[in-house]
Design a protein around this ligand. Structure first.
Ligand SMILES: *Cc1c(COP(=O)(O)O)cnc(C)c1O
Length: 370
């Protein structure tokens, strides 16, 4: 059986080299494993040019664990966090703040509207009690790209702290800590770095991290404790995701050898263009206008034909070797297709062919929205 192609934003299709890096059992006390951790952290900081003022704190778990750990560690108990909400991952941040007992101020946006720096500016000017802004960079729920450099400039101008969920943009869409000020930037092993899932990480401003003592209500999620222990011993506090880290080391090596961020962005941009033009030729409409679309994941409107059913559509496309992703919108029926992973434009064109064959087999003829 060959692996299916995962057109999902994590887990995603990984290279054979990345998979083979997991065929070795590392001991967590081993000096070589500590060096592996240190080298990965060095590279993760370097990818966003954050060597001067930031440190990398890795954390076991999926990306959400790292988001929750960053908010719980870096946001004091009496702080107030502004969240410009234009999708499901923004809403997840608001839910996390609720669990943590941190006050949130939500700026609701439409799901087709990028987070508006002018509204964030006005909200910060109107409420001096807001201490932090938590911003999703690429909102994976729809695929929309939020204007992070402009938002970071507004937040810095008001001297508030910025926490960025860059989960689905890190390593593919430029973020430069030398010109873009943030206290924390969160991402994970299994997205645009094309590692396997299982480890998140936070690129944290060292000064902010050092001030965060006593904030976290959770031991396992306390990034300050994780960082201090790792700095002292070179080891993870609790059982490390050894195979995930080894795969990430291999994935980063390939990332750098392939030309780093510019090459990754170029490949994903080609993937996205091949996908969108192929799907449009079949009659599909994208949920977002091209100008707002990040080349990470694309939301398509479901065909209005009564013969269309996502579960059946998914199953039949799956039989042809491609895994699609359900939509995450409540108001409109959609599905999503990821452009990321160790795949190129030819694979996306094959996926479009599989969709075309599936529609024909299902007897779906009306594909376009009116
Ligand atoms: C993937 C992702 C996360 C984390 O999701 P997990 O399912 O916990 O890995 C968080 N934010 C964004 C924007 C994401 O794309």
């Amino acid at each position: 059986m060959t692996d299916p192609i995962l057109l999902t934003p994590g887990p995603l299709t990984t290279s054979a080299e990345t998979k083979s890096a997991m065929l070795f059992d590392w001991g967590s006390w081993d000096g070589a494993f500590n060096e592996l951790t240190a080298s990965v952290c060095r590279d993760l900081v370097g990818i966003v040019n954050a060597q001067d003022e930031h440190v990398c704190v890795p954390l076991q778990g999926s990306g959400t664990f790292a988001v929750e750990a960053a908010l719980g560690t870096l946001v004091p108990k009496n702080a107030k966090v502004l969240v410009a909400d234009n999708g499901s991952y923004c809403k997840r941040i608001v839910r996390i703040l609720g669990y943590l007992g941190r006050e949130a101020v939500v700026l609701p946006h439409g799901e087709q509207s990028p987070a508006d720096p002018a509204r964030i500016d006005a909200a910060l000017a109107a409420d001096p009690a807001i201490t932090h802004v938590a911003q999703v960079h690429c909102e994976t729920g729809t695929g929309i790209l939020n204007p992070l450099p402009q938002i970071a400039a507004v937040v810095a101008n008001h001297r508030r702290c910025l926490i960025v969920d860059a989960m689905s943009s890190y390593a593919a869409i430029p973020i430069d800590a030398r010109s873009l000020r943030f206290d924390a930037l969160i991402a994970a092993s299994g997205k645009c770095l094309e590692g396997v899932p299982g480890m998140g990480f936070v690129i944290a401003r060292q000064a902010a991290l050092e001030r965060s003592s006593g904030n976290s209500c959770s031991l396992a999620m306390d990034l300050l404790d994780q960082w201090q222990y790792m700095r002292k011993t070179g080891q993870w506090r609790f059982t490390p995701p050894t195979h995930v880290l080894a795969a990430l080391r291999a994935a980063i090596d390939q990332y750098l050898a392939q030309g780093g961020l510019a090459a990754r962005l170029a490949r994903y941009t080609e993937n996205c263009a091949a996908l969108v033009s192929g799907m449009r030729a079949l009659g599909f409409k994208t949920f977002l206008p091209d100008a707002l679309q990040a080349p990470i994941i694309v939301t398509f409107h479901a065909p209005p034909d009564p013969k269309y059913d996502f579960t059946e559509f998914y199953r039949r496309v799956r039989e042809r070797g491609f895994i699609l992703y359900p939509g995450k919108l409540t108001a409109v029926d959609t599905f999503r297709v990821g452009c990321i992973g160790a795949i190129g434009a030819a694979t996306l064109r094959q996926a479009v062919d599989a969709v075309a064959d599936t529609l024909r087999d299902m007897g779906v003829s009306r594909v376009a929205q009116e």
